[in-house]
Design a protein around this ligand. Structure first.
Ligand code: GDP
Length: 433
């Protein structure tokens, strides 16, 4: 499959890192198409365990070109720290195969500051942002006062443009938030230093991507977060400021939509969410604690405990409709191994009306899940490497998920966090390094 988008079908944290790290063995290029360091992909492979926030998950393979795409919001400091973390683990990050789009947005110090101030000012309407400056950065992109990565490498241009931008930002800081202004010279110095350090990596990625397309190379488009956090279709306003769905992959990576010929929706075998906003199947009490502890459901970026609940087929079907999944990859089935019974949400009840699709957020907030119950399998799946290795009840649970989400084939099943803990269902063979 030359161009495959790997996108989250729930609220994020579905295990996209696991899937991309697994599939990248056969890829020529991996392009992260949106988001910043406000979420992390945890990858466990023969090199160790890594929380990647900005780097595409193809970075573990010396043959893969990794692109931080135009749709991203990149904090240069975080990028440098992540690179050091990878280098310290013995991984190489040469500029010959690590490319930052010169058109990607820069997360600046004032974005981080404003993110915290805005969240505080929201009071009871707080959105649970990770305060990494991603929202304010995308706000500036839309308002056309953003800095792009290429700007960092052009000192003359940066000096002048940053002065204009910082005038605007300092007016906001002092007059709206009653905060001290930021010093232009300090911010400029920092930005110039980043530009120097990152210059080898910042480039016009368009020709690189187009050449790979012309040569029919295998390309993976890697999303962050999930469909329910999409700025257009998610549980607005509790969403991210970019578009993690398959359509966003085309714009963020600069790949024509018709060239994406495989779209994998990554779904966790149950539901988790970090941050605010409705999650109809959210549990509380003992069952939530069990899912959180067994699934180690703590945010990769903030360490925040994730909200946990049963699998929500309504939400995943909605994501499948929006994205046009070719198949789904179901991760973390092993987390359910010991449960005596499981539940699947097949519809919502909103004030007595049955919904089989995701309604607008104000109604979603009142949605009560309608469940089907399933017998558990109470056996370990972690050693399973083929469909027939799975216990019959696990097969039945997965088949029902497939049925409820529009009859989508299941292409992969995750039975543990490690790259090797992956079961390929459709017969496709992926070399595991
Ligand atoms: P992503 O952002 O979609 O990549 O997801 P995260 O990395 O935020 O969260 C997924 C978590 O589940 C990580 O800690 C992964 O190591 C872990 N994980 C991924 N797939 C599996 C799986 O099949 N089984 C288990 N037990 N853990 C998994």
């Amino acid at each position: 499959m030359p161009v495959t988008a790997v996108v989250g079908a729930q609220w994020g944290d579905e295990g996209k890192g696991h899937v991309v790290d697994f599939m990248a063995s056969q890829a020529h290029m991996v392009i992260r198409f949106q988001g910043g360091d406000n979420a992390g992909h945890t990858v466990v492979n023969n090199h160790g365990k890594f929380a990647l926030h900005l780097f595409p998950c193809g970075i573990f393979y010396p043959h893969v070109h990794n692109v931080l795409g135009t749709g991203m919001a990149i904090n240069p400091q975080s990028f440098l720290e992540e690179m050091t973390m990878l280098n310290d683990a013995g991984l190489e990050t040469p500029s010959s195969r690590l490319h930052i789009s010169e058109r990607a947005q820069v997360v600046m110090p004032y974005h981080v500051l404003i993110d915290g101030l805005e969240e505080e000012a929201r009071g009871k309407h707080a959105q649970g942002t990770t305060k990494r400056g991603i929202g304010p950065c995308y706000t500036d992109k839309a308002a056309r006062v953003g800095l792009r990565m290429g700007d960092l490498t052009d000192a003359g241009h940066l000096r002048e443009y940053l002065r204009h931008v910082m005038d605007v930002k300092n007016r906001l800081l002092t007059r709206v938030y009653d905060h001290d202004p930021l010093c232009y010279d300090d911010v400029l110095e920092q930005a110039l230093a980043w530009g120097k350090q990152l210059a080898p990596y910042i480039k016009n990625t368009h020709p690189l991507v187009q050449q790979a397309l012309r040569e029919d190379k295998t390309i993976l488009l890697e999303g962050q977060l999930g469909a329910l956090r999409d700025v257009n279709w998610g549980i607005y306003p509790y969403v991210t400021s970019s578009s993690p769905i398959a359509g966003g992959a085309a714009t963020g990576a600069g790949v024509p939509p018709h060239r994406i010929n495989n779209i994998i929706g990554v779904v966790k075998a149950y539901t988790t969410a970090v941050g605010e906003g409705p999650v109809p199947t959210e549990l509380d009490g003992e069952m939530e604690r069990t899912l959180r502890e067994v699934g180690e459901e703590y945010g990769a970026t903030t360490g925040r405990p994730r909200r946990c609940g049963w699998f929500d087929a309504v939400a995943v079907r909605y994501a499948a409709e929006l994205c046009g999944f070719s198949s789904i990859a179901v991760t973390k089935i092993d987390v359910l191994d010991q449960l005596p019974t499981l539940k699947l949400c097949v519809a919502y009840d909103v004030d007595g009306t049955r919904y089989e699709t995701v309604p607008d957020t104000r109604l979603m907030a009142r949605a009560q899940p309608v469940y089907e119950e399933f017998p558990g399998w109470q056996a370990s799946t972690t050693e399973a490497r083929a469909w027939h290795d799975l216990p019959p009840n696990a097969q039945a649970y997965l088949e029902r998920i497939s049925e409820l989400t529009g009859g989508l084939p299941i292409s992969m099943v995750g039975v543990g966090p490690h790259r090797n803990d992956t079961l390929v269902v459709d017969g496709q063979h992926y070399e595991v390094a």
